[in-house]
Design a protein around this ligand. Structure first.
Ligand code: ATP
Ligand code: MG
Length: 407
């Protein structure tokens, strides 16, 4: 059996042994019904957090105010949350009042969508008070209770709906969709981090375009920080469907940037607003610029120099993006050509050269400086292009020659 599931069931059994109720809840029940592998297993119980803390040897009080204790069993962390209701949502984000309750049905009522509001006991019996199973069968995303009230409490649920549409290829129930249309302006109150986290989950999904279309349809994206004041082109269905053919999340971000910056020059500033890790920002910018300026003709030499500068993954990402942007008609032959060039290149990185900076300093008798990296790169290019063997003597001789030319 799945070790995460086993850990959750161990916890459920232990709580039940001493007379409490405990269930698997939320996403894991939904995913098991759908025969998908759950990301994580969450447990809900009528035991109070202090009880949960005292019952297990390894625990972390992750969110005591909200009734959540993380129990670590055989190195697997499982979130155990006391049944609760939520009310008085402050600034459209956090409930002001969290009340612990003793009835499972009430706990499930606070959850966002019917498919996420089911529980399962240790014998596999499913508790479905809000029609989750029927909606899963029909492939429908429907809020638990009145959709307008539920989105007004926490507008992140609007973005989560788009994320689930992408992950599960589900469609929106009619009233849920109408409520999104009406309440989308509330999304301006959401934090950038929560929105970006949901979009990241869209990038990991099977049907990216189904989720992204919901963001662009009806201009929902105009209400999502940080995209609120950006310039948009009206994205067509064909443009949005291209998201499904992109290689990875970096290319998805780069393509999204193209759709929502309308080719403006401040892509970097806008990327910074998304608060992604710096490494990702650099990779997205690299992909974006390489694809935007994709040349009509590429010689072998130019192609190999591109590979040296951006690496195979960097060039491959740019090919995907340039294809989505219509700058490359058919990607496969170009990808194959670059792959052959990449394999042909005898060296790809400086550390593969048979000499290093210290060797050059010794023969040239010059103090170190930025020139050293430049020179090593020139040698790397020559070896990569097959113009110079990767042999110590040849490299040192050529190094002196280049130096004579420059001085
Ligand atoms: P994933 O597979 O991505 O983990 P999930 O459905 O498990 O999806 P989580 O964010 O892990 O989503 O949340 C766990 C459960 O908590 C959900 O299934 C849902 O029941 C509830 N939940 C999470 N976020 C909200 C929210 N904003 N409003 C109401 N209920 C929520
Ligand atoms: Mg989850």
């Amino acid at each position: 059996m799945n070790p995460k599931r086993e850990a959750a069931l161990y916890i459920i059994n232990k709580l039940e042994e001493i007379g409490f109720e405990a269930y698997l809840v939320g996403g894991c029940v939904r995913d098991e019904v759908l025969k998908r592998l759950p990301q994580d297993y969450d447990v809900a119980t009528n035991a109070l957090p202090q009880k949960v803390l005292s019952l297990f040897s390894r625990t972390v009080p992750t969110g005591l105010k909200h009734g959540t204790v993380t129990v670590i069993h055989q190195n697997i962390p499982i979130e155990v949350t006391t049944f609760r209701t939520e009310s008085d949502y402050q600034d459209f984000r956090h409930p002001n009042k969290v009340e612990f309750v003793s009835i499972l049905e009430q706990d499930l009522a606070r959850r966002d969508f019917t498919m996420n509001a089911m529980a399962q006991d240790r014998n596999g019996k499913i508790y479905d008070f809000y029609g989750g199973l029927t909606d899963i069968q029909a492939g429908l995303i429907r809020t638990v209770g009145n959709p307008e009230e539920r989105f007004a409490e926490d507008p992140l649920r609007i973005v989560r709906a788009a994320r689930f549409a992408a992950q599960l290829q589900f469609t929106l129930d009619k009233k849920t969709k109408q409520a999104i249309h009406k309440l989308k302006p509330l999304c301006v109150h959401l934090s950038i981090e929560r929105i970006i986290a949901e979009i990241e989950k869209i990038w990991q999904s099977r049907a990216i375009s189904s989720g992204i279309s919901l963001l662009f349809e009806d201009d929902l994206i105009r209400f999502l920080p940080p995209f609120t004041h950006w310039e948009y082109q009206k994205a067509t269905r064909a443009q949005l469907e291209k998201f499904d053919q992109l290689k990875d999340r970096i290319v998805c971000w780069a393509y999204l940037m193209n759709l929502c910056t309308n080719g403006s020059k401040d892509v970097e500033l806008k990327l910074l607003q998304m608060r992604l890790p710096n490494r990702d920002i650099q990779a997205i910018l690299q992909c974006y610029h390489l694809a935007i300026d994709w040349p009509a003709e590429i010689t072998e030499e130019h192609g190999k120099l591109m590979l040296l500068q951006h690496g195979w993954i960097g060039v491959q990402r740019a090919i995907f993006l340039a294809t989505a942007l219509g700058r490359i008609a058919v990607s496969k032959p170009i990808e194959a050509k670059f792959q052959t060039w990449w394999q042909e290149m005898p060296v790809k990185r400086l550390k593969e050269l048979q000499i290093n900076g210290r060797d050059l300093l010794k023969v040239l008798q010059k103090p170190a400086g930025p020139w050293l990296k430049e020179k090593l790169n020139e040698l790397l290019q020559q070896v990569a292009l097959g113009r110079l063997p990767n042999e110590r003597e040849d490299l040192l001789k050529e190094g002196c020659k280049i130096d004579a030319l420059h001085s």
